[in-house]
Design a protein around this ligand. Structure first.
Ligand SMILES: [Zn+2]
Length: 462
């Protein structure tokens, strides 16, 4: 497990951080696990700090994590503390807004990189980004399709719904219910009450009827998740889907179910050379997690996301923004091309003009074609360079070649023993064809290229 920090000047750490970015970039089926650490920047107070929710609770009977314990339902006083605490927490979540880390998960989905997000949070902030939450029964016929469409698995339930402890009917938080809960009263279930009054009016026995209480649909310590079977089946499906990266955000990794999930998922991901990345303010135990986590980034979750955004900006753009950026770049290139002045049209009629500007000296060009040393200023840099010749220059070349090799004819002599090269042949390597068979560097020799749109095509038969 590599321990990384964002601001370190250490080049090794910088290199490892770039490996993390590379893993995110290359992932196609990413699993994300989030904890309370990602919601602190959303405006929801943390639980354990001096000013956290646990210490803000005024109850003298219940403190700390006991506020999430099922044992609260055994006592009237503790039940009141639970009710008011839940209403306070709900109030915070309604005001909170998704953080950079929540948005990162949303971008993963938009870029088809998100296999699943598992969260320990009950604030449901992901829904504000239109990520799908909510689990159905494992036995449901379309469970497989439902799970595939599910973005976020709420491992500890959802604070944004209330359910009856007797009939399990679900209800939204209404203003009236909030007033009752804030006052420390647990509301009775409207559905159970209606049933009770209905049977009472019919004169039926009421002793066997129970009117349930409404409580948030969260999973308390000491109770099982109502959809544990669905979650188990879904996790198995995700593992079979071959996830290639796991990113864990803002959790202490102390809950047993979460520990098991991370270890199982990490093993599967490592089997196919994927990476496990953990972003948190506090370090995990190396003895416990050293074999499961590849990179521990000691950082606020949003700070790392902002760092990632600099290294991999495209991930944080929508498809529309990407298309617009592409279009803008394309227009910029066209504009640049238009601003670039076109080459000056050549007055020469017979040969292409694409040549080094230094070659404007006629003598140098002629010398070069004849295999002689040109002046130091003139030097065709690239091989097979096209040399531009005027009519006068061409005549000089012909005459010079004739002097050097009088037996050969120039310019399409009918008596020539060698056939005239077809005019459609675009280029001729004079050196190769002419008098320098011993020269060992044909690559450096210039090439005369005929312009194809000329009226009179000269023929050089050597
Ligand atoms: Zn009920």
């Amino acid at each position: 497990m590599h321990h990384l920090t964002l601001d370190s000047p250490d080049t090794t750490i910088k290199l490892k951080l770039s490996e993390v970015t590379k893993a995110i970039y290359g992932s196609k089926k990413m699993v994300v696990l989030t904890g309370a650490g990602i919601s602190c920047n959303a405006g929801i107070p943390d639980f354990r700090s001096a000013h956290g929710l646990y210490n803000a609770n005024t109850s003298t009977t219940v403190k700390g994590k006991d506020l999430f314990d099922i044992s609260l339902f055994r006592n009237e006083d503790t039940l009141q503390a639970f009710a008011s605490f839940m209403e306070t927490l709900y109030g915070h979540t309604t005001q909170a807004m998704p953080t950079e880390t929540h948005k990162f998960i949303h971008h993963l989905k938009k870029h088809n990189k998100l296999l699943r997000c598992y969260t320990q949070n009950i604030d449901a902030l992901e829904r504000k980004l239109e990520l799908h939450t909510g689990i159905i029964e494992a036995q449901t016929s379309n469970f497989r399709k439902h799970w595939k469409d599910l973005d976020v698995v709420q491992l500890h339930g959802d604070l944004h719904a209330l359910s009856c402890t007797a009939c399990f009917a679900h209800f939204d938080w209404s203003a009236d219910l909030r007033v009752q809960l804030a006052a420390g009263e647990i509301p009775e279930c409207p559905k159970c009450l209606e049933n009770y009054h209905h049977k009472s009016a019919e004169g039926k026995r009421l002793s066997s009827l129970t009117v349930g209480m409404l409580r948030p649909t969260i999973v308390l310590y000491g109770e099982n998740h109502p959809h544990s079977e669905s979650i188990s089946r879904g996790i198995s499906m995700d593992i079979r889907s071959r996830p290639d990266c796991l990113v864990i955000f803002g959790t202490s990794l102390r809950v047993d179910g979460v520990k098991k999930l991370v270890k199982t998922m990490a093993k599967e991901i490592h089997d196919r050379n994927g990476k496990v990345i953990f972003v948190n303010k506090t370090s995990p135990s190396h003895a416990v997690w050293g074999d499961f986590i590849d990179y521990f980034i000691e950082s606020d979750c949003d700070s790392w996301i902002r760092s990632l955004k600099q290294d991999y900006p495209d991930l944080f753009l929508t498809q529309l923004e990407l298309d617009q950026l592409k279009l803008k770049k394309s227009k910029g290139k066209k504009k640049q091309m238009m601003l670039t002045p076109p080459p000056t049209p050549s007055t020469n009629k017979k040969f292409d003009v694409s040549i080094d500007p230094k070659s404007i000296k006629s003598n140098d060009k002629i010398k070069q074609l004849l295999g002689e040393r040109a002046s130091p200023e003139y030097s065709p840099i690239k091989t097979n360079r096209i040399i531009d010749l005027s009519d006068e220059e061409l005549d000089v070349v012909k005459q010079e070649l004739k002097k050097k090799n009088p037996l050969k004819q120039i310019n399409g002599n009918k008596n020539s023993k060698r056939p005239t090269r077809p005019s459609s042949k675009v280029s001729k390597d004079l050196d190769k064809e002419n008098q320098s068979p011993k020269r060992s560097s044909p690559k450096k020799q210039p090439v005369i290229k005929q312009r194809q749109n000329i009226a009179i095509i000269p023929k050089i038969c050597l």
